[in-house]
Design a protein around this ligand. Sequence first.
Ligand code: ATP
Ligand code: FE2
Length: 322
Amino acid sequence: MICLGIESTAHTFGIGIVSFEGKILANEKSAFTTEKGGMIPSDLSKHHESVKDVVLAKALKSANLSMKDINLISFSAAPGMAPPMMVGLRFAKELAKKYNLFLVGVNHSISHLSIGDLITGAKDPVYLYVSGPNTQVVAFAGGRFRVFGETLDLGLGNMLDKFAREIGLGFPGGPKVEQLAHGKYVELPYGVKGMDVSFAGMLTKALRLFKQGVSKEDLCFSLQETSFAMLAEVAERAMAHVDKKELLLIGGVAANKRLCQMLEIMCKERNAGFFAVPLEFSGDQGAMIAWQGVLQKNDVVNPEKADIRPYERIDEVEVTWA
Ligand code: ATP
Ligand code: FE2
């Protein structure tokens, strides 16, 4: 049995094809880009409309399958921007009707976590999700995925991007900051508030120090050490609180070697396992939607009944598959 998953919540239109056993057969995508920055919902819809057939054809070709081999279609139903999500929904309905298939609408955020489990083999981890806009500590507890801590202002990736842009390093900033992070430590605000984190204060301070002549290397090093220590602290407290023996790092910032190293040391000291999701499966893509569809194969609906839920939070989802 095979599920085809459609991702369209934001900049990426992706199609993944995954077997019910968890074998990834295809993962094709096309991401909207713009020079001006900023994502206008109607531009995303136009982009997704224009690439959807090509992305589908590529996915089927790389899986060496035809639509007749597909048994189930899943799509990202939440959370995200309605206009691009509607493109995915309409495409899913069209295909489901044409090939007489059921549909399942899944939560995009939970799909990021589930594909992480599949790819790394983690069983029941605390998830640390760190991308451009997101910084969250999540775990499955009491029958739901719950957010134990999150950023109160910027996501860590966006903070690094802003810092890099302001000091002339270009975009995306995370990798540039990592390359330069070999100076000495200068003190920056340590923004842990309860289980939440805040990065705005350290960004402001780092930019002020830059204007005062502190070197890029010292600032990149100090931003990394401070922000990563904050994440290690809240992740560790979440692991202790919910009594979990694994930590799974997801999101674009998972590419950072120093972050992985710090989290790995923390996990070793607790006798816990540490997993980082490789880049192909940590950004937005269709394979995660397809795999979540497999997990939720009992939640299918007829194509007419399928809809999107733009504001659904991760902790609102009833977990039927765990
Ligand atoms: P989302 O899928 O949550 O909408 P996104 O579109 O920002 O997130 P991702 O690819 O998950 O996409 O994350 C991109 C972020 O990761 C950028 O902010 C980038 O600077 C950051 N990043 C990438 N590589 C590194 C690195 N080596 N070190 C630190 N940050 C990094
Ligand atoms: Fe995402």
